[in-house]
Design a protein around this ligand. Structure first.
Ligand SMILES: *Cc1c(COP(=O)(O)O)cnc(C)c1O
Length: 396
């Protein structure tokens, strides 16, 4: 226990000190390098930097010191060799998928995807000759049945939005390795603290840093984490030349977010578990789905691959849409918003907001009913949240 090298840091320590590159001023907090470009001491130095013979920065579309600190801190947390920070979660997802594929390739994806991810897979990629099959990601037999000779990539979210279904990441990773495909995991709902897809065998992990990593509702961001060889060979040129770069200011905000991530996620998960137990015993609640409860349909997989429950829960209010609306409208502390992972507790009615573009049939397939609500639990005191929910249920 006396080894204090960076490699052996616990997440709490890596998230405070990881990736720091201090300037000669010795600033405590990470500096914000709001600069587009960099100046060179000589023409020879510029030449050497462009040749890659001398380390250093060239242009902030390629790399920037503040963004670099965020990428290094994310690598330390995730146990990844390389990271590229991007302007949003969707920029990260799109890059992680497109850079691994070309026309003629086939993708298998769990169908319970974040709406924009589903659009990329179902609508954008086929325009460029990449076909996709969407399946129930919680059933390993469906993954196997969907494989074709040209399947190059498997893509999943776990737990899923909004019904918190869980896929067996290690089993899907084994399947990917068997057929020489890559597994990309969108790990937003689990957070990097509660689930480590790379350790489970995934090849690439993506985050919307907009969610728990910022966690205070301030800025958008995203990140792709993978092995160095893949980033160098497949992602780097796309990244440099198409420009999904993260702003240095947003990278700094996200660095500050990472410092408190473990404190926030611990509080959020603890309160989410308490709220799930409270709702499970309430007569106006038809169903509660929470990855930390033993009655979750994939409780055995959760015990194997997650370190805790979730900061989110999904539940069904009796009385369908009108019951769910009346309950939402009676809430005071919990705010109505489609965002998640925030310090403030946020609730949304997926059927009329995030999932309104899906057909009723597609919603039913995902288990989204008229009374389904998704609650993202914040860092308020759990007693105050339960009191707000109890009062709103009584009023509904
Ligand atoms: C929010 C989210 C995204 C997209 O992230 P943005 O930062 O909004 O672009 C992708 N996947 C999941 C699971 C998300 O929750």
């Amino acid at each position: 226990m006396t080894d204090h090298s960076e490699d052996s840091w616990n997440p709490q320590t890596a998230l405070v000190h990881g990736g720091v590159q201090r300037s000669h001023f010795g600033e405590t907090s990470e500096a914000i390098y709001l600069t587009q470009g960099f100046v060179y001491d000589s023409a020879e130095a510029a030449e050497a930097r462009f040749k890659g013979e001398e380390p250093g920065f060239v242009y902030s579309r390629y790399a920037n010191p503040t963004v670099d600190m965020f990428e290094r801190r994310m690598c330390a947390l995730e146990g990844a060799e390389e990271a590229r920070a991007m302007a949003s979660g969707m920029a990260a997802v799109t890059a992680a998928l497109l850079c691994a594929l070309r026309a003629g390739d086939h993708v298998v994806a769990g169908r319970a995807l974040f709406g924009s991810c589903r659009w990329v897979v179902e609508t954008l990629m086929p325009r460029y000759g990449i076909e996709a099959t969407l399946i129930d990601g919680s059933k390993i037999a469906e993954w196997k049945a969907a494989i074709r000779p040209n399947t190059r990539l498997l893509f999943l979210e776990s737990p899923t939005n909004p019904t918190l279904e869980v896929a067996d990441i290690a089993a899907v990773a084994d399947l990917a390795n068997e057929i020489g495909a890559r597994l990309v995991v969108d790990n937003v709902f689990a957070t990097p603290l509660l689930q480590k897809p790379l350790e489970l065998g995934a090849h690439t992990v993506v985050y919307s840093a907009t969610k728990h990593i910022d966690g205070q509702g301030r800025c958008l961001g995203g990140v792709v984490l993978s092995d160095k060889e893949w980033v160098d060979e497949h992602l780097q040129d796309f990244f440099r030349h198409t420009g999904p770069s993260l702003s240095p200011f947003n990278a700094w905000t996200l660095l500050k977010g990472l410092e408190t991530l473990p404190l926030r996620v611990r509080q959020q998960t603890e309160s989410a578990g308490r709220i799930a137990d409270f709702l499970a015993g309430h007569r106006k609640i038809a169903r509660v789905i929470y990855p930390g409860r033993p009655d979750h349909p994939q409780a055995d997989i959760i015990a194997r691959q997650m370190k805790g429950g979730s900061t989110l829960l999904c539940f069904e209010v009796a009385g369908g849409k009108s019951g769910a609306f009346a309950f939402q409208n009676a809430l005071r502390t919990v705010k109505l918003s489609n965002n998640l992972g925030d310090a403030k507790s946020l609730i949304t009615h997926p059927a009329t907001t995030t999932h309104k573009n899906l057909s009723e049939e597609a919603r039913a397939e995902l288990g989204i009913g008229d009374g389904t609500l998704r609650l993202s639990v914040g860092i308020e005191h759990g007693d105050d949240l339960i009191a707000d929910i109890e009062r709103a249920l009584a009023a509904a």
